[in-house]
Design a binder for this molecule. Structure first.
Ligand SMILES: [Fe+2]
Length: 338
């Protein structure tokens, strides 16, 4: 039985007609990693306009913005941690088997969402109407822009994330804005020789997979006359025996930390349990002592790293874009949401 939050592939999954292809690590001058020789997918269709409208509706809900908006000196405005409680359709979309299959196909290897907190992280750059312009229907930006209105918007919420590596090995970046008249807004990937690869801008509803934990990348600024909403869902290799390179350094300053830490520890300990099960199934009785010695050392390091990621200082500093939004919301009385 379906309801308004049900993800129905026949309605919400955009068909994949052609294979868009990959950008290889060797194309960028890097060696293949243990995970994959693929640096990124090229943009591929993922969600239909109706699915995009539903996902946007769950982001721009004022209660969600007032409770799930975060910012720091590298992320001027993000909405995170709203899945599944405040965004059931978004959660159902990313966790549907048909979407998992599309993501795995475009990643080139089986990958798994790290945990719910990393479903639907949304970077927001406001358009000319500021907070009032955040709607479920995507803006159709004019090619000319509107500089007079641009000047009235808080400059810090124009920006998009700057050069960085992600905390997780793989990200799926979904475009939620109309990009046909975009100026800028491209994803840049730094090559081994220090030059940049400019990735084609995905059309609305399209996505790309990136080994974002490995590759330095950034988004170029767009005109302040254009809104830009992009959604990032983060993944790790599905194989529990792969080295786990997940970190928390880029997300702790833009998260409800106790919630993030609980999901982080749950996932780390479940992964350890999966590894222990594999060890029991595959260990060789002739070499058990040596194999057990190696297992203990590797998993001890894994547990110590799990702790360090929660306690080591991070360079980033939280900022208060949420306060900027709440001030605007208060000024909209009597339509205030508590
Ligand atoms: Fe990133």
């Amino acid at each position: 039985m379906s309801n308004t939050s049900s993800f129905i592939p026949e309605i919400h999954l955009e068909p994949l007609v052609d294979d868009p292809g990959f950008i290889l690590l060797s194309d960028l001058g890097f060696e293949p990693t243990a995970y994959s020789p693929i640096a990124a997918s090229k943009p591929f269709p993922l969600f239909t306009p109706e699915a995009v409208r539903r996902i946007r509706a769950e982001i721009v809900d004022h209660e969600t913005l007032a409770n799930h908006m975060f910012s720091d000196d590298n992320n001027p405005c993000v909405v995170r941690g709203h899945c599944p409680d405040k965004a059931r359709f978004t959660y159902n979309a990313w966790t549907h088997d048909a979407v998992k299959e599309r993501v795995n196909q475009m990643a080139g290897i089986p990958i798994t969402i790290v945990y719910n907190y990393e479903i639907g992280h949304t970077n927001i750059q406001l358009g000319p109407r500021g907070w009032a312009g955040l709607k479920a229907e995507p803006d159709m930006p004019s090619a000319e822009g509107n500089l007079a209105v641009d000047a009235e918007i808080e400059p810090t919420v124009y920006k998009v994330p700057n050069w960085h590596k992600d905390s997780y090995p793989f990200v799926c970046i979904l475009m939620l804005s109309e990009t046909s008249t975009f100026k800028g807004g491209n994803t840049f990937i730094r090559k081994a020789d220090g030059t940049n690869l400019v990735c084609p801008l995905p059309p609305i509803g399209h996505a790309m997979i990136l080994q974002g934990g490995l590759l330095d990348h950034a988004v170029s600024p767009t005109s302040a006359s254009q809104e830009r909403l992009s959604m990032v869902t983060s993944y790790r290799p599905s194989d529990p025996l792969q080295t786990d390179s997940c970190r928390l350094n880029t997300v702790r300053t833009v998260s409800e930390v106790p919630v993030l830490h609980k999901q982080w520890l749950d996932y780390r300990l479940k992964l350890l349990a999966e590894r222990a099960t594999k060890f029991v199934q595959t260990s060789d009785s002739q070499h058990l002592v040596e194999e057990m010695d190696r297992f203990i050392r590797e998993q001890s390091n894994f547990l110590q790293e799990s702790m360090k990621q929660m306690t080591d200082p991070v360079e980033r500093v939280s900022t208060d874009t949420r306060g900027h939004f709440k001030n605007w919301l208060d000024a909209q009385a009597p339509t205030v949401v508590a």
